[in-house]
Design a protein around this ligand. Structure first.
Ligand SMILES: [Zn+2]
Length: 89
């Protein structure tokens, strides 16, 4: 199975109570800005920078995938790192 990843698009940056956020369409995790003045464009840039991707293959096409799910797609047999451990690496 070939996997195609590309940066996520601006249209997938949404707002919740005034805070910009992006939501993984795979595991539903939400990454939300902690400041009200975070610009959606900066948030898009930051999300792409830490590994959020649009993932597509012959079998599926997911617009927004968080870094954890992207690594699962790339290494299906590897267990995902727990958030606390990921910070230590
Ligand atoms: Zn995810």
């Amino acid at each position: 199975m070939s996997l195609l990843t590309s940066p996520i698009k601006f249209e997938h940056i949404t707002k919740e109570h005034g805070f910009v956020q992006v939501q993984c369409q795979c595991c539903q995790v939400i990454e939300r800005a902690t400041r009200l003045d975070t610009h959606p464009m900066s948030w898009l840039y930051a999300a792409n920078h830490i590994g959020w991707r649009h993932v597509a293959s012959e079998a599926f096409d997911i617009d927004v995938v968080c870094p954890d799910c992207v690594s699962l797609f790339n290494n299906p047999r590897q267990k995902p790192y727990k958030p606390a451990m990921r910070n230590a690496i």
